[in-house]
Design a protein around this ligand. Structure first.
Ligand code: BES
Ligand code: ZN
Length: 462
């Protein structure tokens, strides 16, 4: 039996203990965007540092102006292959609307379906606690079974990914030398489908902005003032409606600068994936594509930019009815970017647009929420081929090279600040409801995810 086979066997035998450890982490309410959970975020960081140290990657919690980072290294002279930096995030998204959860989001459950397949249900079960623990458990199995990992490993875990990673750039700047390794391994993306592993080779970028529009000096009776007093919610609705034209294109001047058409070979590769728009939309109770006309579903998801309203509120939203003109209106808007679109130019164009639509007697307040460029990996990188080989061996199916509609801000910073490429391998499924109620992770994803990383670690040493 080869070393790798023994490691894989140990992973199978220890799956229950691996799950127990994941459940401990899932019970910590590390919601990074809500100040109420600051202590929980630190607790998650401390749990991670303890766990990593215990398996043989000496690690510490490092303070930032926001939530702490966890950094660890396991390095020995003379090891083959690249020195990798594994990245994951221990923070999670808020749980609302809480009433739609079938169980407490921080009391993880294994749910068994009729066909016997099992899933782990909890906030963070996939994003990113379940995913990051696949790597940690793979390292544990290597060290326990073979005495060591095949390559040199460093780990960087952050606690602010879900809120735009504000402390990350300063942290990378301040610790450049310590964190610049040969390759970053990131476990925060999806498989192509439940049987087909994938490496993400394109990531969309992001521009986030919060808008507050202030009109009348106080909430007004809409009968006494309606008509004469301009309503902030109307003005805000007009602003937002004007961002998209009938064809689903974004109207901001210069918005499409740097948006590239897909190279023919990538187009062909994606066509061969056999994406079904009907199935994809059917799974979320929809029928018709909502993006730019004349663009395929996959293109809309992976290769075209968007503008989304993530939240909009103001006035009376409680039970019953109240005839009111609110003093304020609010919205959170985000743009997903592709190709060479420039986040700062887009933010400027957005600000200019909003200002031009703000009535003279109104006040506009803007609060930026992170911004990052889109990314495209080098298709010929040796690490990509090795990752593919390892995944294909575990899943008995060639790994697909896919795009990712989401954003992982750090990957851009790794490239720009540390000149480090990333290999994005993850085991989530589109149906996992990340950021939504009843988030889940397939037990199969967790189990075979651990096995996959065990193989990747060996493959990279070759
Ligand atoms: N894990 C996701 C990224 C992702 C999304 C991968 C969908 C695969 C499919 C990540 O944690 C995430 O949600 N990122 C945020 C970043 C934002 C808050 C800056 C995102 O994409 O919205
Ligand atoms: Zn994530």
């Amino acid at each position: 039996m080869s070393k790798l086979d023994k490691v894989l066997e140990r992973i199978d035998q220890n799956l229950d203990q691996s799950l127990d450890r994941l459940f401990e982490l899932l019970r910590i309410k590390s919601i990074s965007t809500d100040p109420e959970y600051k202590g929980d975020c630190r607790q998650a960081a401390e749990w991670m540092a303890r766990e990593l140290t215990a398996i043989g990657i000496p690690s510490e919690v490092r303070d930032t102006t926001g939530h702490p980072m966890v950094v660890g290294h396991r390095v020995a002279d003379g090891k083959p292959g690249p020195h990798v930096l594994f990245y994951g995030h221990y923070d999670v998204q808020p749980v609302d609307p809480i009433e739609l959860w079938n169980a407490d989001p921080f009391d993880p459950q294994i749910v068994t379906r009729e066909d016997g397949s099992k899933m782990i249900v909890a906030r963070g079960a996939n994003d990113d606690k379940g995913q990051l623990m696949t790597f940690v458990e793979a390292v544990r199995a290597w060290i326990e079974e073979a005495g060591d990992v095949p390559i040199n490993i460093s780990v960087l875990l952050e606690g602010e990914e879900e809120s735009g990673s504000p402390s990350l750039q300063p942290f990378l700047d301040a610790n450049k030398e310590e964190l610049s390794k040969d390759l970053a391994l990131v476990c925060d993306t999806s498989m192509w489908d439940k049987d087909t592993p994938a490496i993400s080779v394109m990531l969309r970028g992001l521009v986030g902005e919060e808008i507050t529009l202030k009109g009348p000096s106080k909430d007004l009776h809409s009968g006494m003032y309606g008509g004469a007093a301009r309503n902030p919610l109307h003005v805000l609705s007009d602003m937002i409606a004007g961002l998209r034209d009938e064809d689903g294109r974004i109207t901001l001047p210069g918005f499409y600068d740097g948006v590239l058409e897909l190279p023919e070979d990538v187009k062909e590769m994606w066509q061969n994936l056999g994406f079904s728009t009907e199935e994809f939309l059917g799974g979320i109770g929809l029928k018709d594509l909502g993006g730019e006309k004349d663009r395929s579903g996959l293109e809309q998801l992976w290769a075209r930019p968007t503008c989304e309203v993530n939240g909009m509120w103001g006035g009376y939203t409680g039970a019953g009815f109240k005839t009111v003109i609110p003093a304020e209106a609010h919205a959170k808007v985000s743009f997903r970017l592709v190709g060479d679109q420039d986040p700062e130019k887009i933010r400027e164009a957005f600000h200019a647009y909003l200002k031009s639509k703000t009535p003279a007697d109104f006040e506009l307040e803007l609060h930026p929420h992170g911004g990052d460029r889109a990314l495209r990996m080098d298709f010929d990188a040796p690490a990509l081929a090795k990752g593919r080989a390892a995944l294909s061996a575990e899943w008995d199916k060639p790994a697909a090279l896919v795009g990712c509609g989401g954003s992982i801000p750090i990957v851009g910073s790794f490239k720009r600040t540390l000149n480090m490429d990333s290999l994005l391998i993850g085991f989530g499924l589109d149906e996992d409801q990340i950021h939504s109620p009843n988030e889940k992770y397939e037990l199969k994803s967790f189990h075979k995810g651990i096995r996959s990383w065990a193989r990747v670690l060996e493959e990279l040493a070759k």
